[in-house]
Design a protein around this ligand. Structure first.
Ligand SMILES: Cc1cc2nc3c(=O)[nH]c(=O)nc-3n(C[C@H](O)[C@H](O)[C@H](O)COP(=O)(O)O)c2cc1C
Length: 380
């Protein structure tokens, strides 16, 4: 199978499976516990149907969307994800270049493998995904670095107060630094091209953290980072203070309840991302699409409501926008293409998504994303 034969999410996923050592593939694809939430995230889109209007003169359609003051040429962006240079040696550079080409936003994880500063050369808006550390001085220093790098939107992830139980990783022994089981190591030996690329390109590092914590040069593992450095006592007052210090566009990623959505408005956030981290944290939790309408009804006139988790198709994007989301994010929809083919893989995924959204809008009889509404959606 080759990139030119990839026409949808599943094709990219199959190609990524062929190219990646199995522990890395399963790190991307895996989710928490029984992966019930992971499956529901996508199947929830099938509980409703689009109802088109016709004869609306849809020669030209405009699929741009504005979130937190940033104009995106398409209503889906690349959510922040960790460790991208493990998936392909180009990592965040490839994703940022593809996002720039399609005029959309991309997020850079605190566990990103290319520095915020280096990624500023791509002229497209950037989220900085932040975790809250016990050391408040460190939090301030990291926000200051992000301000100096010219980051447009600060994104605090609030659904990862502790790590999810990813059983696939326990089986393969996937961890950073690598501590593979024998079976896991054998899987690396079976994908020598990945190994050659890994060893012959820039040394793996976590620059967002290295600047402050020295992670990759010493044995501080990511699981120790979560358990020892992050602050599980984080509360609404702490975040309110962060919002004030940042003094700009600030969103919370991982809001799921109406109560929390209202609190986010009260403390001055400008956006919320309904998300369950792609099913990787609390298994058995509700899918963002199932929860979207309730939240839009409660706060949609006061804050930008965005969702991620489970989005694989242009029609999923149209359904979320019909319920009032301002835009959607996606993780695996660009990570499998990145693993499959680097930057050109992500470009192909964004190009296909763009074409699907434009085609879907035309078939729906909509000229702009604002034309999509609940009237165009019927639950079974
Ligand atoms: C491999 C992988 C790594 C991720 N790393 C992070 C991260 O570092 N920070 C974060 O806030 N979310 C992270 N996420 C969650 C994504 O930002 C996003 O919420 C999720 O992928 C959406 O679900 P989807 O993959 O079904 O689109 C990660 C997701 C994946 C698949």
């Amino acid at each position: 199978m080759r990139l030119k034969n990839c026409h949808n999410y599943h094709d990219f996923k199959n190609l990524a499976r062929k190219r990646l050592p199995n522990p890395i593939f399963n790190y991307i694809d895996g989710a928490a516990d029984d992966e019930v939430t992971y499956r529901r995230n996508t199947s929830s889109f099938d509980d409703c149907d689009l109802v088109p209007n016709v004869l609306n003169g849809v020669e030209e359609v405009d699929i741009s969307a504005t979130i937190m003051g940033q104009k995106l040429d398409m209503p889906i962006y690349c959510s922040p994800t960790a460790l991208q240079r493990l998936f392909h040696y180009k990592g965040e550079e490839g994703v940022a270049a593809a996002a720039e080409k399609y005029g959309t936003m991309f997020g850079v994880s605190s566990l990103g493998t290319v520095s915020l500063k280096e990624l500023r050369k791509y002229k497209t808006p950037q989220f900085y995904q932040f975790y809250f550390h016990k050391d408040r001085g460190l939090n301030r220093a990291m926000m200051q670095s992000a301000k100096e790098a010219g980051i447009e939107v600060m994104m605090l992830t609030v659904d990862s107060i502790t790590g999810g139980n990813r059983e696939r990783d326990l089986r393969t022994g996937f961890s950073i630094p690598f501590r593979m089981t024998l079976g896991g190591m054998l899987q690396f030996a079976l994908k020598p091209v990945w190994g050659i690329n890994y060893l012959t390109h820039k040394k793996f590092s976590l620059p967002q953290l290295d600047e402050h914590i020295h992670m990759s040069g010493n044995p501080m593992s990511i699981s120790r980072y979560f358990s020892e450095m992050l602050d599980s006592s984080m509360n609404w007052q702490d975040v309110e203070e962060m919002v004030k210090i940042w003094d700009g566009q600030f969103c919370l990623k991982g809001i799921m309840s109406v109560e929390d959505a209202k609190k986010a408005v009260d403390i001055g956030c400008t956006g919320i991302i309904l998300s369950n981290h792609g099913g990787r944290q609390l298994d058995g939790s509700r899918s963002p699409f199932d929860q979207l309408s309730e939240i839009v009804d409660a706060v949609g006139d006061r804050i930008d409501v965005i969702m991620d988790s489970g989005v694989q198709r242009g029609t999923h994007v149209l359904k979320a926008l019909s319920l009032g989301a301002k835009a959607v994010g996606g993780g695996r929809f660009y990570l499998f293409p990145l693993a499959a083919a680097g930057q050109i893989g992500v470009e192909r995924a964004l190009g296909l998504m763009h074409a699907e959204i434009v085609r879907g809008m035309k078939l729906m009889g909509c000229k702009t994303v604002a034309d999509l509404s609940k009237k165009n959606l019927k639950f079974r």
